[in-house]
Design a protein around this ligand. Structure first.
Ligand SMILES: *[C@@H]1O[C@H](CO)[C@@H](O)[C@H](O)[C@H]1NC(C)=O
Ligand SMILES: *[C@@H]1O[C@H](CO)[C@@H](O)[C@H](O)[C@H]1NC(C)=O
Ligand SMILES: *[C@@H]1O[C@H](CO)[C@@H](O)[C@H](O)[C@H]1NC(C)=O
Length: 209
């Protein structure tokens, strides 16, 4: 039992030695299969609890985001290849801006537009950072299936603004988040981007405590 615990600790330490691995170096991409930019990375150097499914969900709640509208996944899941050897894997979570009138707050986002992000985890054996990769965008009405003009940059910036605006809390957990912007992971411009929407090429690296 003791050696199992030690092994588990060593494994998790090893998995968090780096903030993230650049997916492109091992055959992955910073665009989803559907060509949306992955414009936020939650660093694997964040507090381990924040990197779990439950932890990231709670963090999303603290930012004013909530589960997809009544489990309806309008628009369908997207998939990403983070270069970790797992190939294309569907998103593990999708959170939408919550307009508050529960239980339909996120349905309102689905219907009238707003911000959302999809979450992918880099945990395959070829690049096992444990980092979370987020594709954030601001959306127009679902009928039009449109992202706002500049909706990828805006989607990222709105999440970052909420995350870094001070301490946020949910379920008695307090979060402090720092951000650093990295260029070069995503190409600036609209070439190859879904809906032909131009991006500034910046990726926000969040470290959550
Ligand atoms: C990923 O999502 C697609 C589209 O909804 C679905 O057809 C596919 O079965 C999903 N793959 C897995 C492994 O869940
Ligand atoms: C990797 O992450 C995915 C998505 O969250 C999860 O389903 C899977 O169990 C994880 N794999 C390992 C080995 O932890
Ligand atoms: C994308 O936008 C550029 C610049 O506005 C335009 O020249 C190009 O034709 C567009 N491409 C597509 C596929 O719509």
């Amino acid at each position: 039992m003791f050696s199992l615990l030690v092994a588990a600790c060593l494994t998790s330490v090893a998995a968090q030695a780096v903030p993230y691995y650049d997916p492109r170096l091992t055959g992955g991409s910073m665009l989803t299969f559907q060509n949306e930019p992955i414009n936020i990375i939650v660093s694997a150097l964040s507090s381990p609890e924040a990197l779990t499914d439950r932890g990231l969900y709670n963090y999303g709640n603290a930012l004013g985001y909530a589960d997809d509208c009544l489990g309806m996944h309008l628009g369908g899941p997207q998939a990403a290849n983070l270069g970790d050897g797992n190939g294309y894997v569907n998103q593990t979570q999708m959170l939408r801006e919550d307009f508050g009138s529960t239980p339909i707050g996120t349905c309102l986002e689905t219907l009238i537009g707003g911000n959302h992000y999809r979450v992918f985890r880099q945990n395959g054996s070829k690049a096992n950072s444990g980092a979370l990769f987020l594709a954030a965008s601001k959306e127009d009405m679902v009928e039009k299936n449109n992202i706002f003009p500049d909706g990828y940059n805006i989607g990222r910036d709105e999440v970052v603004a909420k995350a870094t605006g001070g301490v946020v809390s949910f379920s008695s957990v307090d979060y402090t988040t720092t951000v650093e912007y990295v260029s070069g992971l995503l190409p600036p411009g609209a070439a190859g981007i879904n809906h032909n929407i131009s991006i500034d090429g910046q990726t926000a690296i969040l470290t959550i405590s």
